[in-house]
Ligand binder design. Structure first.
Ligand code: FES
Length: 103
């Protein structure tokens, strides 16, 4: 069974922006895109940078350090120099809360 963790209130979610959150001891980036919420690990797979300090455009997050990009829906890299996917986490919205499955 999926272990859903209550991560945040839906009305705290950014609109077309990214925030960081500690969820069950993990550094998670939460993205609000067009009324939907997506979650990935917050630390870039290329180096020591936090994606919450980057720039979100549409479904793409740009890393602040070397401008690599990932698709926030899947964690897949979309622009060099990143080559390794970010871990992404299932999200559900229920009862005005944002829930993440982290394991
Ligand atoms: Fe993110 Fe280099 S640390 S692209």
């Amino acid at each position: 069974t999926t272990n859903w963790i209550d991560a945040a209130a839906l009305d705290e979610m950014p609109q077309d922006d990214v925030i960081s959150l500690d969820v069950a001891g993990r550094d998670i980036a939460l993205y609000g895109v067009d009324g939907e919420v997506f979650a990935t690990d917050n630390v870039c797979t290329h180096g020591h940078a936090r994606l919450c300090d980057g720039f979100l455009e549409g479904y793409e997050i740009e890393c602040p350090l070397h401008q690599g990009k990932f698709d926030v829906r899947s964690g897949q890299p979309t622009c060099a120099p990143v080559t390794e996917a970010l871990r992404s986490y299932p999200v559900k919205i229920e009862g005005g809360r944002v829930w993440l499955a982290v394991d």
